[in-house]
Write a protein that binds this ligand. Sequence first.
Ligand code: TEU
Ligand code: CA
Length: 577
Amino acid sequence: MAEAQQQLPPVADRKWWKELIVYQLYPRSFKDSNGDGIGDLKGILSKLDYLQSLGINAIWLNPIYASPNDDNGYDISDYYGIMPEFGTMDDFDALLQGLHERGIKLLIDLVVNHTSDEHHWFVESRKSRNNPYRDFYHWWPAEKGQPPQRFSFFDPHGSAWEYDETTDAYYLHIFSKKMPDLNWESDKLRQQIYEMMRFWFKKGVDGFRLDAITYIAKDHDFPQLSEKDIRKKYHGDWSYFYSKGPRLHEFLKEMHRETFCYYDIVTIAETPGVLKNEALQFVHSDCKELHMLYHFEGMGLDRLPGGFKSVNPEGYQLPAFKKVYTEWDHVFEREGWGTIYLGNHDQGRMLTRWGNDSKKHRSASAKLLITFLLSMRATPIFFNGDELGMANPRFDDINDYRDVEVKAMYDYYRKKKKDLKQFMNDMKVSARDNSRTPFQWDASPNAGFTSGTPWIKVNPDHTYVNQHAQEKDVHSVLHYFRNMVALRKNRLVLVYGHYTLYDQEHNEVYAYTRTMGREGVLVVLNFSGKKIKYSLPAPLMVKETPIMNNEAGIQFHSENSECTLLPYQALIFELAP
Ligand code: TEU
Ligand code: CA
């Protein structure tokens, strides 16, 4: 039967950044070239051909700027310098050139909500109340009394104000106290940020991942806020409050007008606190602000309310999972564009949380999650190692953790005499360090990541989950990843096609079509470890041989269009005309 005629979307809808397949690369843990146990740019340079072999066409590189690493580079002390542990600006230029030569775009991670307290702006700002840089940060003079309560994600006491004796004042830090928040009310500050953005654009980077960008505008008159106010007016979520600063969209429009509009670049905004009905305010093309965003709604599905990243022992419910990703698809049905991810440097590994990392099921379920992300109508973002089915290390000992967030919360739980055993169990699933363990290149002692002592322990499963072994196994997750990437690149219906969900309430199977003109596919994903008899949704008719299958065979009964799905089986069928 002739290959289905590939349909193309209207030219006006096509944008290069909608067709990206983004690979997030955590430089600290990817490849160490000099044996100091810390990944670096030369290490990445040594793996450019591997990156090209994946077929991905964009890298999101976590921060590489000068930083004291209180928060692994998200505390920037010099926007124009490269962190010495990572290498030099020449190394960066070589990396940018090497990626571009391989048809891979580079998005760098930009943090402009705060700087490090070692940034010279803050060093100056804290010197005196009339220092020229004083208003680059948020200061509360002590004579005004206690500053109004503000929550800090990384402070054990939860307070976002730190007293500074030199000028008898408090400064705001919604993350750690070594990460003071920038005051975007300062015109001078904003112009310095825009100048820095243009510096990186002139170097040739293809865009930014904009860190916590919704937090940059503050309620600068700092009204008193109680936890009750947060519960009643802000969905009980400080993230939601922080993303409601009055001048946020004014600043983003100015940022677009001053920088983005002059370059063929893309912005992926991290937008905590943004709900579905607010998303288009950031990415509608008429708004002239940002291109794409990523939300957090899916990341709460395996959580229990209250506590710090408390995990539901039952895991998540598939109908709720389908509801989130279906509703977010509808948000961008006509305008704007979305991204889709299941893990990153702030989350546990997607295989552990949304798949099944047992020896029996890890391969099939890793391929299933890869199939899901590469067949949805949004720009997919993978975290390095997802292509191998890397999983959480499940550290038992708090001393194996490195992240400022988990250590701060451990201290908080200890001081408050809360249940530390439960806390440590939860962290095995939800702590950020779970995704930050070294990339697993081979079965050697440090997984081929370093010849020295790694800055964080390697997952012991690297002896059988590693790139070297999977290159030799045509049935590996790695080979499947490459095949699925190729399918998405060759079938634009997987990028632009209309998404229709079927069997919303089915507890094990996630089934949806992607259609464009006369072309269409049906994606059938068995998210369970059970063998499932599944009748394809009527009145869909499919060609019997699937175009993608994460298992060797298929049990398809054409008389009644019924499939017997193996545990975690993923199938993509061509819709019959
Ligand atoms: O994360 C900010 C962020 O969105 C999360 O801290 C979120 O606000 C919180 O978990 C509640 O949902 C970004 C980076 O991705 C993270 O690695 C940094 O630690 C943080 O900003 C500070 O730069
Ligand atoms: Ca190194």
